[in-house]
Each structure stands twice: as structure tokens, then as C-alpha cells.
Design a protein around this ligand. Structure first.
Ligand code: FPP
Length: 238
């Protein structure tokens, strides 16, 4: 992967429920296979030299799913963290999390905080999990942070520009998204990284997330390198 032009890939991992439904299995079986796909894709991105990978694992809206499904997803997260923490450390992957993390149950939040702390500073790749995440919610929380600084006299309203706003987001030290992939056939952003994906190339695939393989990622990357990115200018940039 070209580190100059493709730094940040973000993925909306959609289609777990349908994958399970097609096989007459409960939705959680689809999420379990989805978690296995996460492991494959993370290793592949690391091996390919990608710097930033952000995965939409749980949205603010997902709290409204049946309690058993929410509970199952939290258990999968706990298991993922327990299994993957040593792998992440061994592969020099820094784990980060974005979203309204205070809504996570303590049994998920504790191992998440531990894994984030134990991988901090790793320079191979940053894997960011979006958990209890919504783009609107993130922008509202950032606005509150900035308003708080203004109220404390630490920031003048005039100094709030694009860069200051970006720094107030959960993704403060992560570059903008270059390539955004959505699996599962729908063609929408679903409130994911609304600010950060302003100039992202959007790649939609019908593949259901549990079936998404390293080859599919390579196809998306090859497609990305064929795009002409102008960022609103006349000439291609990057
Ligand atoms: C969307 O599929 C997927 C989710 C809501 C959860 C994503 C979770 C995983 C991939 C597994 C757990 C992740 C980690 C990091 C451990 P859907 O349920 O909306 O599918 P559907 O549209 O077919 O119903």
C-alpha cells in the first residue's frame, strides 16, 4: 500500500445479520463470523503496511437492538480484546477507541482501556474501534468541548477553525479518511466519520462482512489507486 496517498482506511462492516439469516442461524452467529473477519482484515492491513484502520463496530443507534443482541456484541468485544491484545502488541498495533465510551458496560470498558493503554505508542499501525459511535454525537461532543474552553477563557471563538475543530473530535490525532469501504450492499454513510470522510473515496461492495476477505481489501485498494483525487481543485492531488 502506498503510504503517501493511502494512509487511512475506514470500514462499515455491514451484513452480519443477513449472512446468518441466509444460513438459518441466529444473528449472533453472523456477528461471531464478523469478528473472525475483523481479525483477518486487521492482520492483512498490518502486513500490507497501512497506517490507520478504523472499524465501525457498534453505533449509537445499535443500543436500540434487542437486549440479547447488544449483550452478545459486548461479549464478542470482550473476547476479541482478550484474544487480540497479545497479537496487537506482538504486531506493534496501537489500539484506539472512539465514540461515547462511557455508555459501554464496565465489563467491556475495563479490558478496552487496558488494551488501549498496553498498546499505546506502538508505531506499526493504529487500529481504531468505533464503539457506541455516531458522527452527529461526536460532533456535538466536540462542540461542547470547544464551548467549555471558550467559557473558561482558554479559547477565543475567533480561533475555532477547521483544524481546531478537528482536534476536538475523538479522532484528534488521526488523519482524514482516504478510503471508506461499506460491505453488505447498502450505499450510505450511516452516521460514520461524517467530518473525517469529507474527501474519502467511497467503495461499496455487496459482499456481506463475514465473507469479506483480504482479496476484497486488495481490490478496494487497487480501485482507490485508480481514483483521481482533486480535493475540490482542478489537478489531482497526492
Ligand atoms: C452490522 O451488521 C454489524 C454490526 C452492527 C456489528 C459489527 C460487529 C462485528 C463485525 C463483530 C464484532 C466486532 C469486534 C471488533 C469484536 P448487521 O447486524 O446490521 O447486518 P444486517 O444488515 O445484515 O442485519
Amino acid at each position: 500500500m502506498d503510504g503517501q496517498t493511502l494512509r487511512h482506511v475506514a470500514i462499515i462492516m455491514d451484513g452480519n445479520g443477513r449472512w446468518a439469516g441466509l444460513r438459518g442461524l441466529p444473528r449472533l452467529a453472523g456477528h461471531r463470523q464478523g469478528a473472525a473477519a475483523v481479525q483477518r482484515v486487521v492482520s492483512h492491513c498490518r502486513e500490507a503496511g497501512l497506517r490507520y484502520l478504523t472499524l465501525f463496530a457498534f453505533s449509537t443507534e445499535n443500543w436500540g437492538r434487542p437486549a440479547l443482541e447488544v449483550q452478545g456484541l459486548m461479549e464478542l468485544l470482550v473476547r476479541f480484546l482478550a484474544e487480540q491484545e497479545p497479537e496487537l502488541r506482538g504486531s506493534s498495533i496501537e489500539l484506539a477507541a472512539i465514540g461515547d465510551l462511557d455508555r459501554l458496560p464496565a465489563r467491556a470498558r475495563r479490558p478496552l482501556d487496558r488494551a488501549v493503554a498496553s498498546t499505546r505508542g506502538a508505531t506499526g499501525m493504529r487500529l481504531t474501534l468505533a464503539l457506541s459511535y455516531g458522527g452527529h454525537d461526536e460532533i456535538v461532543r466536540a462542540s461542547r468541548r470547544l464551548a467549555g474552553l471558550v467559557a473558561e477563557g482558554k479559547l477565543r471563538p475567533h480561533d475555532i477553525d477547521g483544524a481546531a475543530f478537528a482536534r476536538a473530535l475523538d479522532t484528534a490525532d488521526t488523519p482524514p479518511v482516504d478510503l471508506l469501504i461499506r460491505t453488505g450492499g447498502e450505499r450510505r454513510l450511516s452516521n460514520f466519520l461524517l467530518w473525517q470522510a469529507a474527501y474519502a473515496e467511497l467503495r461499496f461492495t455487496d459482499r456481506l462482512w463475514p465473507d469479506f476477505a483480504p482479496d476484497d481489501l486488495d481490490d478496494a485498494v487497487a480501485w482507490f489507486h485508480d481514483r483521481r483525487r482533486t480535493f475540490g481543485l482542478v489537478e489531482a492531488v497526492g
